[in-house]
Ligand binder design. Structure first.
Ligand code: HGY
Ligand code: MN
Ligand code: MN
Ligand code: MN
Length: 404
């Protein structure tokens, strides 16, 4: 039987990108590709039948007696292996290794599922390479169409379709996954907590109540590229000025909405030269709030401000929405069942997850494992081995009950 920490040691050995500190596991690229192969090998070692779907997701089935492959009313658990650039060790992988460890615990006691049980690895949950979070689960659930995403490009200009081909996958097979997902009746994702709610509650494991509405938008400011030395200030149309002012505006506007969050973590001037006035500047906004209205209200206000800031500098601005997820309130009876079964507190999540996509399709829940730093999307993300064990034990408890 492997503990989550033992399996995470494998993840670190295989998946750490030692180049940039922290982890940068981008979908279909090394090391994420190596981690997929590691997962397939771990699943096979446990007698699970791995059934990749056409979207880059991996389904490892533990079928009940007399049931071959996916069956009606199946139960699924899982998370993702990809990361944000320079991310942490636990965001995603903890859900995957805890699922493997939970299967070990159930097998060790001689448990046999009465209905099929699937472990799932979803592709591109972070949207770190192609910009659309929960790409794999959205394609599988049919909430985004292949033709909308196969042309998405990464920073090198490679399209998703090209990246899939390079990884030996046929992009023509992307789309709703009726062979796996359609048969599943309940989904549960275990995830490291991103925040300190469990630290404050002094508990190792919690149950998700709600997920913030959240989305990503790109503001493209366009001015006139020019020479840094030969262009007097009065002759400039420098898009970097409104772009940089927008960052402060985002913080100000978010502060005017209840517990909202607006983040600019990425700015891309073009052509990006030290002695060059940029021709254009892209500013990516991540905006989140407790309601759809608040989230979209913030973006609308920022769009108006961006237009005014651009005009002051003789520039223009174009806004495009790259992704959006409405707020999620997880299935009430399932939350009650989990909090009772596990004697665990409920807590909200400010982060998005594949479980948020599946929640629109079936009764879905999330378990969180305490993170003493509360930090995530950074190398300081952490969970203690004893809390990881408590998480895997809780997951095994639920899977035993659900797949009897
Ligand atoms: O951005 C998020 O909330 C998640 O980590 N993808
Ligand atoms: Mn994340
Ligand atoms: Mn995650
Ligand atoms: Mn020159």
């Amino acid at each position: 039987m492997s503990t989550p920490s033992e399996l995470l040691a494998d993840i670190e050995r295989v998946g750490r990108d030692h180049g940039r500190g922290g982890y940068s596991r981008h979908v279909f690229e090394t090391p994420e590709h190596e981690l997929r192969e590691w997962f397939v090998e771990q699943a096979a070692r446990r007698g699970l039948e791995v059934v990749p779907d056409g979207n880059g997701n991996l389904w490892a089935w533990w079928s009940g007696p007399g049931v071959s492959g996916p069956g009606e009313g199946a139960v699924a658990t899982g998370s993702h292996l990809d990361s944000v650039p320079g991310g942490g060790e636990f965001d995603g992988p903890l859900g995957v290794v805890s699922a493997l460890s939970a299967v070990d615990r159930l097998r060790a006691e001689g448990f046999r599922p009465g209905r099929p049980l699937a472990l799932v690895v979803f592709a591109e949950e972070e949207g770190g390479r192609f910009g659309l979070p929960c790409l794999g689960s959205r394609l599988a659930a049919g909430t985004v169409a292949p033709e909308r995403v196969l042309g998405l490009r990464d920073d090198s200009g490679t399209t998703l379709a090209e990246a899939m081909r390079a990884a030996g996958k046929n992009p023509d097979h992307t789309g709703p996954d009726e062979s796996n997902l359609a048969r599943v009746s309940r989904f549960l994702e275990l995830h490291v907590e991103q925040g300190r709610g469990l630290v404050h509650r002094q508990r190792p494991v919690g149950v998700a109540s709600t997920m913030l509405a959240h989305g990503r938008w790109r503001f493209r400011f366009t001015g006139q590229g020019n020479h840094a030395g030969a262009t007097p200030l009065g002759d400039r149309r420098d898009p970097m000025l409104p772009a940089s002012l927008l960052v402060a505006e985002a913080r100000r506007v978010a502060a005017n909405h209840d517990d909202a969050r607006a983040t600019v973590g990425r700015i891309q001037p073009l052509p990006s030269g030290t002695n060059v006035i940029a021709a254009s500047v892209d500013v990516w906004l991540d905006a989140r709030a407790h309601t759809d209205a608040d989230t979209r209200g913030m973006v609308d206000e920022l769009h108006r401000r961006a237009g005014a800031l651009a005009a002051e500098e003789g520039c223009s601005v174009r806004l495009s929405e790259e992704s959006y997820s409405d707020t999620v309130s997880f299935d009430g009876s399932l939350r009650d069942e989990l909090t009772t079964m596990l004697d665990a507190p409920e807590l909200p999540t400010g982060a998005g997850h594949d479980a948020g996509v599946l929640a629109a399709r079936m009764p879905t829940g999330m378990l969180f494992v305490r993170n003493p730093t509360g930090v995530s999307h950074a190398p300081e993300e952490h969970a203690e081995p004893a809390d990881c064990d408590a998480g895997a034990e809780a997951l095994a408890t639920v899977l035993r009950r659900w797949s009897r």
